[in-house]
Design a protein around this ligand. Structure first.
Ligand code: SF4
Ligand code: SF4
Length: 145
C-alpha cells in the first residue's frame, strides 16, 4: 500500500501508479492469506520495529509543529475526523492540538482549505483521502462533536 503521510511524502507524482501497483500486490497477498502461508521475517524487520518504537515516542508531541493558516473557515472537520480527540476548537472556531497526537494526519488530509500544515513542509503537498470513506463516516465513528 502507499503512504499518505503527507508530513514525509508528497504523493502528487506517484499516487495513481502506486494505487495500480497496490491492486496487483493485493491479489498476491490475499492468495497468500488464503493459502495460510507464513512469511519469514527479513533481517531488517526487527530493526524497523526498534526504529518505530523510538519514533512513536515523539509522535504525540509532533502536533506542536502543526500550524493553522488564515484560510481556516472554522468548519470543525479536523476535530471530527481525529480518532483520538486531539483537536479542539477555540472561541474563534480555530483548531488547536492537545499533544496526544497519533500522527494519522487525518486532520491535515481532510481539511477542505488545506489550512493545517506541518511546519512549512506540507503547504504545497497534495492531500489525499480514500474516496470510499467520507469524513462524515469518520465523524460518526469518532463522535468528537
Ligand atoms: S478542517 Fe480546516 S478549515 Fe475546517 S476548522 Fe479545521 S483547519 Fe479550519
Ligand atoms: S487527526 Fe491524527 S494527526 Fe490530526 S491531531 Fe488527530 S491524531 Fe493527530
Amino acid at each position: 500500500m502507499f503512504s499518505n503521510y503527507v508530513v514525509a511524502y508528497d504523493m502528487r507524482e506517484t499516487i495513481e501508479e502506486e494505487t495500480k501497483q497496490s491492486q496487483k500486490d493485493l491479489i498476491q497477498i490475499i492468495q497468500s492469506i488464503k493459502n495460510r502461508e507464513i512469511n519469514k521475517l527479513s533481517i531488517t524487520e526487527p530493526l524497523q520495529e526498534i526504529a518505530y518504537r523510538v519514533l512513536i515516542k515523539f509522535a504525540h508531541n509532533m502536533d506542536k509543529h502543526y500550524n493553522v493558516s488564515d484560510d481556516c473557515i472554522g468548519c470543525g472537520i479536523c476535530k471530527k475526523v481525529c480518532p483520538v480527540g486531539n483537536v479542539d476548537l477555540d472561541d474563534n472556531n480555530k483548531p488547536y492540538f492537545k499533544h496526544h497526537c497519533e500522527q494519522c494526519v487525518a486532520c491535515i488530509q481532510y481539511c477542505p482549505k488545506k489550512a493545517i500544515n506541518y511546519k512549512n513542509k506540507t503547504q504545497n503537498r497534495r492531500r489525499y483521502t480514500y474516496p470510499g470513506i467520507k469524513y462524515t463516516e469518520l465523524a460518526e465513528m469518532n463522535k468528537n462533536d
